[in-house]
Design a protein around this ligand. Sequence first.
Ligand code: GLC
Length: 387
Amino acid sequence: MLRAGWREGRRADGTPFGFTCPAPRRYPHQWYWDSCFHAIVWRHFDPGRAREELRTLVRAMSPEGLVPHTIFWAGRARWRRAPFYATASPLGSFATAHTQTPMLALAWELVAGGDHEFEREGIAPLARHYDWLARDRDPDGDGLVAILLPDESGLDDSPKYDPVYGRFSHYRPGYFRLVERHRRRAFSAHAMADRFDHHLEDVVFNVVYALSLRALHRMSGEARFLGRAERAEAALMDCCWDEGRGLFFDLAGRSERRIQVSTWSSLAPLALPALPERVRRRVVEEHLLDRRRYAAPVGIPSVSMEEPSFRAGFDRFRCWRGPSWVNTSWLLVPSLLELGYEEDAARIVRSLVHTLEREGFREYYNPLTGRGYGARDFGWSTLVVDL
Ligand code: GLC
């Protein structure tokens, strides 16, 4: 299936590319975090393609260090689609001007698999990307990086964004106005955060940021990356952790308002071994393994089943509002194992394997019934193989 989604060639300006499209019919372009997930799976079958997919992301990086959310290798987004993407020009560009959850260093280290030459090749471009995040995306300097648009986390329509974006939400027409506002300010986080409150220090985005910084530190030996990882982890504990509820919440706008909606993002810091074990166990025992909240028959639901916004079924216009996605389990299950919850880890993986055998590689699944929804032949659902 991944082979069928592989696209390679040269862009009009001669730049070579090779990547897997997330789903040939529905998602024909390259997406940042999807490519990282694909590479993590490719490394088991075709390490050459794993490396090429990550190198292609590096080729799309801007001189400043932004890795685009979506890259249109085969041609600019056509006029009919262009308005739907957060590009610098409404008439279409080669890539969007916003980014996505910064998985690149994490994936690079896994794909290198201890090959120092490939690691060394990555250090300069990865440093450029993570230095850009620290410089451009932390306008208040607290060590947590901010997202400007809800889809930058990859969790586009998550109900946790409703109270922040309102009529500018990803699934509302106002999203286009928000993109226009960014265009006028050249997508500068500093300029936006000076005037508006539609930016967030998103938990899952920062968890992946910290994991990636640690990977980059291991590959490069450079102390600044470890320092930034530790700062982000400390800030997640100090600012996002809610001791009463036992969850991590995003911080919105200049006042850093806590968004108290329980989504899988609130559990994501479980993946950070540096966090206190007491905290990680609370997340597991009070939430992940609670049958009223996240212990569903299939996978890990994207929203707590207890939230009023939770919907197990399909919504044509909105995603991430309940169904289980495979990347969620990929990020959280290894920590369950590490903390000794072997039975539960095995139960979750088994539920996904059975469901995927029956339903195929769909984009996401009903956590109660296992019914598959969204795109067919969806690339990152193959992460089940890595799990
Ligand atoms: C959807 C998902 C996003 C993903 C993209 C391509 O928009 O919400 O996370 O990157 O599809 O698969």
